[in-house]
Design a protein around this ligand. Sequence first.
Ligand SMILES: C[S@@+](CC[C@H](N)C(=O)[O-])C[C@H]1O[C@@H](n2cnc3c(N)ncnc32)[C@H](O)[C@@H]1O
Length: 267
Amino acid sequence: MQRSPAEGYQQASLSEQKVDGEDFIQTDVCPKAEDVILDLGCGTGELSAYLAELVGPEGMVTGVDPDKERIQLAKEGRSQIENLSFVEGSAINFPGIGAEVYDIIFSNYALHWMTNKQQVFNNMFESLKVGGKVAVQHMSYLPLFDYNAYVLLNPENAERIFRLFHFESKTKMERYCLSAGFDEIIRSFDTHCKGLVFETVQEFLEWQWSTTCGLFNPSLVTEERLKKYLAPYTDEDGKLSLDFRGTKHEKVTVCRLTAVKKDKKHL
Ligand SMILES: C[S@@+](CC[C@H](N)C(=O)[O-])C[C@H]1O[C@@H](n2cnc3c(N)ncnc32)[C@H](O)[C@@H]1O
């Protein structure tokens, strides 16, 4: 039976979103035992499950995502984990919204999928306890290798794929964060992606398909289109390198923002 885009994402995210997400969690999110965490835009839940391990049995993690199928996959095989739950919802509709119940609101590679980011930051602020932390990892631009993949390999679908994303700069995100009421930005910086290396063309095309929720269609990728796309990534000996972590081709970066809610919003 053919895989769904959500199943494809579960597999594909292991080499990119999960790698960068775990690194962010270890260096900047730093959850403590007993923390209550919201994972906003949790996808298929790999990082929510990792956070649940870190907060231990006295902590609690809730993963929220609007994609029904991804939430279904997130739940599968994890029903025994008592401090972890998954709920279909969104940045404007999640458990505990506005109720100051979370120690940490974490969001990995999801903010650039959301519109009205000021509202999203307001909701996160109002849902955190005083002393709570927001920790967001997001893309501020569409990497060139993705842009070219859509335009050269799937020109029929490129416009629709572009409409999936809502990129905004690091500075703008900081502004939303401060206007929402966060008193102190702990860190806000760009860092190189640590995943983003593809062993085969097939793996790369599947990644494009699943990360665009099935809009990128590998069957539209003709030999001729592929040849043109791959040319910059092929050396004189014909050796292909689809490595976007910081090679000569492209150094893809991602933004990390952490901030603390020291007090209720001063009106
Ligand atoms: C690239 S995936 C990241 C998933 C997961 N955080 C990870 O690291 O693997 C982006 C996710 O954001 C979700 N998303 C899109 N719009 C959203 C919204 N308005 N509120 C919450 N999540 C949203 C998508 O359904 C998708 O699962």
